[in-house]
Design a protein around this ligand. Structure first.
Ligand SMILES: [Zn+2]
Ligand SMILES: [Zn+2]
Length: 387
């Protein structure tokens, strides 16, 4: 067999190792499980359609034509924010290339020396100083990187996400650094839309009841009852969720940090990201600079495949570490990406056993952070299912 290789160009998203799905040639990026996202979409579109069909014609004539117009604008805004949150890169951090991973391993080993046999090796942690606070960077055994501060590994998407907030099945994506503000605008506008529809449902029923009687009104507009029920249950959950995120934003905190108690409780570490000023915190989270995606998922990379098997088996898009292939150092290597200049990445602890198959215990430290926020926020979001 001659070792002739054929080089072909593929988009980088085809080779990304996480569990995301892509469509539109990499422009749209979501989590793999999307069932609940479709339910969200269905509930919003369904409820609004009923409102436009049953209430709007009557209200436009008897009250004001502005009512359906405003509802339509709000509806479009909600859908736009939902899609923006769901279809974008939440801030996924690329995994280390094999050479980079090897280098980090070596660095850790060199700093830690030999761990006596039978002794539990200390966790892989680096300390950095941020605003005079010591913040721990944890090593991700899956991505082979020291996660930047505030990043966490999402077990559902199987990626480290920068400024990880939580994984939200309702929007079918992680919520992180790059889509948090859209997520917040989504919950806020959905709250308004729900209140709006709920209020005008009641107004509509009352106005019609005066002429036709209550029971006749319900018979004539059967959609109204359904809408009132959906809105009633959605209202509490979505408004509650919006309130919770407003509180987090005012403290410049993530759901993940709130659940882990990163800046409270036993740690006694002050939140180094907070400006100690609600207005400044809100400005930073909601109006701060937009961060570009570091995945470059539509970029081209070369892939070598054996000539004999022509195009037979090349890319199944989910091998373990395909980023490695020929990627030309897409993005800056992560460990230092967010490390402030004054940070002293002294390797605080020593390494765990550093032989190659270290995938075993690693996920453990990472799972709670994301499992919890997810369950939490989505417990709250779960309420918004009512919508
Ligand atoms: Zn990771
Ligand atoms: Zn996720």
């Amino acid at each position: 067999m001659s070792a002739v290789m054929i080089t072909r160009k593929v988009r980088k998203w085809e080779k990304l190792p996480g569990k995301n799905t892509f469509c539109c040639d990499g422009r749209v990026m979501m989590a793999r499980q999307k069932g609940v996202f479709y339910l969200t979409l269905f509930l919003i579109v369904g409820t609004c359609s009923l409102f436009f069909a049953f209430e709007c014609p009557y209200l436009a004539v008897h009250l004001s034509p502005a009512i359906p117009v405003f509802a339509a604008l709000l509806f479009l805004f909600v859908i736009a924010m939902l899609l923006r949150t769901s279809f974008s890169d939440p801030g996924v951090l690329p995994r280390a290339l094999p050479e980079e991973a090897t280098f980090i391993e070596m660095e850790i080993e060199a700093a830690n020396g030999n761990v006596p046999a039978g002794q539990r090796p200390p966790p892989r942690i680096r300390n950095v100083q941020i605003n005079n606070q010591i913040v721990k960077l944890k090593y991700c055994y899956t991505c082979k990187i020291f996660r930047p501060p505030r990043a966490s590994h999402c077990s559902i998407c199987d990626n480290c996400v920068d400024r990880f907030d939580h994984h939200c099945p309702w929007v079918g994506n992680c919520v992180g650094k790059r889509n948090y503000r859209y997520f917040y605008m989504f919950t806020l506008s959905l709250s308004l839309l729900t209140i709006y529809i709920f209020t005008f449902d009641i107004v509509h029923v009352v106005m019609r009841s005066v002429d036709n009687g209550f029971l006749n009104t319900l018979k004539e507009t059967p959609g109204t009852v359904l809408e009132v029920l959906v809105c009633f249950f959605t209202l509490w959950s979505v408004v509650g969720l919006t309130g919770f995120h407003t509180y987090l934003i005012s403290l410049n905190q993530t759901t993940n940090e709130d659940i882990k108690g990163s800046w409270s409780g036993k740690n006694r570490v002050q939140n180094p990201y907070s400006h100690k000023n609600i207005f400044k915190n809100c400005c930073e989270v909601l109006c701060g600079p937009a961060f570009p995606s570091v995945l470059d998922r539509r970029g081209l990379m070369q892939e070598d495949s054996p000539a004999s098997s022509t195009s037979a088996a090349p890319s199944s898009s989910s091998s373990s570490n395909p980023m490695s292939q020929t990627m030309k150092t897409t993005a800056p290597l992560i460990p230092n990406e967010h490390t402030p200049d004054d940070a002293k990445p002294s390797i605080a602890a020593s390494a765990e056993k550093s032989d190659s198959p270290k995938e075993e215990d690693p996920p453990t430290p990472q799972v709670p952070p994301l499992a919890s926020p997810e369950t939490e926020a989505d417990a709250s979001l779960a309420k918004d299912k009512a919508q």
